[in-house]
Structure formats: structure tokens, C-alpha cells
Design a protein around this ligand. Sequence first.
Ligand code: PAF
Length: 285
Amino acid sequence: MKVFTTAKEVREHYRISVLRHPGFVPTMGALHEGHLSLVEQAVNSCRMVAVSIFVNPTQFNDPDDLLKYPRTLDADLQMLSGVLRENDFVFTPSVEEIYPEPDTRRFDFGDLEHVMEGLHRPGHFNGVAQVVSRLFDLIRPSVAFFGQKDFQQLAIIKELARRDFPKIEIVACPIVREKDGLAMSSRNRRLLPQHRERAGEIFRTLVAAAAMASDYETSEIKEFVDDRINMIPDFRLDYFEIVEAETLVPVRAAIEMAPEKTYCGCVALFAGAVRLIDNIEIRLH
Ligand code: PAF
């Protein structure tokens, strides 16, 4: 695999290798098995694959979170070298390479951004849209792979691609979980051991909440999640929402749910000082 830090090197690589529209996996590094599953999917379906590693400052609404975001470039490259092929490449640009000038673009995703993470992390999705559109412009992929753990991000990126990059196919990849059900995330490595030990309860709660969907009122399911998460020592629920999977419109009452539709139960919480998100598909049975 090759490692490039500038768009110029990427263009030169395209010129030499003749291929110019790779499969693309954008990341912020601190790679884990979840990322590797995206990269493997890309390798299995694309003749050339690009993986970017860039901790994007514009998507952090909390400066402390940006500061503490794990940076493990050497280990990341080591991990990728086991999966990527000779012609594939890793793009590790500097902030100046991505943003030669401050990015002042304002994206409007309407209702998609006025719920959940959009409400709780103001400006976050604008930053995500800035960097993803910039990376799409530089890498010019034919297909891009995103994990379903960031469910709202995926919906926003699909909308961004539909509007501004109609030739790029967006592929949604399933959540990869630890043995106890904890969704893999770069943030997990910041969990204190006692919090990590308790974190399997998040997925168990989601599974139980999804099973309640056909028989309980939405408010009862929310109360159940609220109680179960807040009962875990040092854990604090930020929100739990059941949303329609395509539009992200929140379900307010069970009567609004239709058997032919798919819904998603989305949770955000603090485990000590670390904020985690997870989600589960919900269908009526
Ligand atoms: O999901 C992530 O890791 C980031 O939000 C992304 C898509 C790489 C943009 O910085």
C-alpha cells in the first residue's frame, strides 16, 4: 500500500495506475475491527481502495474532545498494511491540505439534522459535511463506505451525496460489536476499565427496547431505556429516540409506527466522561 499526504500525490498515483475512482473509506484513525470490516468490504468489491485518516477539527463542537481524540497513526498504518494491496493507498493529509482556507460553507440538511446528534452536538454535521465533501472532491471515489453505528451521519452523507455527488454510491456497513455487544468505536479505548466492564449493558438494553416495540407505548420504552442506562454506576443517558430509519422523524407514540416500515432506536450516553452512541433496528412484529 502507498501512503500519501497531499492531493497532488493522489493525482499522480491515479495518472500512473490508470485507475482513478477508488472505493473510499474515510476515517479519523484510531482504527479498530469495525474500520477493518469497512476496508475489507471495499477491498472485496473495488479494484483500488483509498482510506483517509484525518481528525477533522471542524466536526468537534467540544475542543476538549478534539484534544483527547486518540491519534495512533503508526498502529493504524500497521493494521491497514495487512488488508490493503499494492495499488491501494492511505491518505493522511494535514489540516492545511484539507482546509487551505477556513471552510465557511453552511450545509442545510433540514429535518435530518434537527434531531439527536444534531441537537446535542451543534455544528457537528456541518463539519462532517465539510470534510466529507472536501475528501470526495480530492479522492473522487466511485463508492464510499460508512458504518451504521453513526446512523444519523450515514443519513446526512447519503443526502449530501444525493445532492452534490450523485455519481458516488454510498454503502452502509453493519455495526461490528465486541463479544459483550459493545459497538466498536475509537472512543472505547478511553473508557476506564470499570466502565468498559459495564458497557455491554448498552446493547442488552437496546435489544430489550427493540423487543418491546410491538407491545409498549413509545414513552414506556423510553422510560425503560432511561432507567436501565442511568442505573449503571457512572453512566448517564444523553438521549434515546426511536426514529423512522429513512427520514429520522422521531416516533412520538406507538400508533405512528407502521409494520411495513423500519425504525431505528438510537442512544447516546456518557460512560464516565466518554460519550458513546449506538443504535438498533426496530420493526413491529
Ligand atoms: O465517522 C467518522 O469517522 C468521521 O465522522 C468521518 C466520516 C471520517 C468524517 O470525519
